[in-house]
Design a protein around this ligand. Structure first.
Ligand code: KIV
Length: 272
């Protein structure tokens, strides 16, 4: 196990420079303890708007608000000291145009201390990304399956399975890179398309449901830990935390019911 330890946090330019270097290791985090445990192993922690589904049980990310992102983002920054912390711009907080996007992004960064924002979309978002980057806000792009567009896409569907769909997604990735995004999340696309996108852009691609050929990988932490009841096909369960929790809850319930918890050493003695 290799654990990265640095006295200072990694920077956005150092991640940008990883296009030709070691893969970028990234996970989502929504709370302080997850951030604390994942931070030494990761180059980037993403406060994803997937928290709407994972933490709040919402059917999609569409109802996630700036306030929710700010509360979770601040916790993740407090729990980490090594990884770059990126934070998702929630649906409705940036699509009107560069001005709205700047106001939302600047507020999120000030509230949380995150170093970068992520926003979904390609060609349509290029002008906004350029505006933000020129004003000091590092941006992570997100192309392919963009969950905030679930209603337009007609579900959480893999994109670019047929070559007919490639040109539009290639144009999206190029537009986002040319606009100044320092990395691009490539989500839910066919494996060969993910490789192609990685070839045609000069910034690191970070894959999720994409390809080992991407310049980095990200997973939703609760999925890879085996905490979520169901996970997509592309998720590898690196642990079975859900099962461990179930066993712990059962053992606790039993100990309470048979009055073996708390034991005397788990209680406070009377003072003289
Ligand atoms: O919201 C999220 O967690 C994400 C990642 C899955 C990339 O956008």
């Amino acid at each position: 196990m290799s654990v990265q330890k640095t006295a200072v946090r990694l920077t956005v330019p150092s991640l940008r420079a990883r296009k030709d270097g070691d893969p970028i290791v990234s996970l989502t985090a929504y709370d302080v303890e997850t951030a604390r445990l994942a931070d030494p192993h990761c180059d980037m922690l993403l406060v994803g708007d997937s928290l709407g589904m994972v933490v709040y049980g919402l059917p999609s990310t569409l109802a996630v608000t700036l306030d929710m992102m700010a509360a979770h983002g601040a916790a993740v920054v407090r729990g980490s000291s090594h990884a770059v912390v990126g934070i998702d711009m929630p649906f409705g907080s940036y699509e009107q145009g560069p001005g709205q996007a700047f106001e939302s992004a600047a507020w999120l960064m000030a509230q949380t201390g995150a170093q970068a924002v992520k926003l979904e979309g390609g060609v349509a978002m290029a002008e906004t990304i350029r505006f933000l980057v020129r004003r000091g806000i590092p941006v992570i792009g997100h192309v392919g399956l963009t969950p905030q567009a679930v209603n337009v896409l007609g579900g959480f569907r893999v994109q670019g399975r047929s070559r007919d769909g490639w040109p539009a997604i290639e144009a999206d990735a190029k537009a986002v890179a040319e606009a100044g995004a320092f990395s691009i999340v490539v989500e839910g696309v066919s494996e060969p398309l993910a490789r192609r996108l990685t070839e045609i852009v000069d910034v690191p691609t970070i894959g999720i449901g994409a390809s080992a050929g991407c310049d980095g990988q990200i997973l939703v932490t609760e999925d890879m830990l085996g905490l979520t009841a169901k996970a997509p096909k592309f998720v590898r369960r690196f642990a079975g935390i859900g099962k461990s929790m179930d066993e712990a809850f059962a053992a606790y319930a039993q100990a309470v019911r048979d009055r073996t918890f708390p034991a005397l050493e788990e209680t406070y003695a009377e003072t003289e």
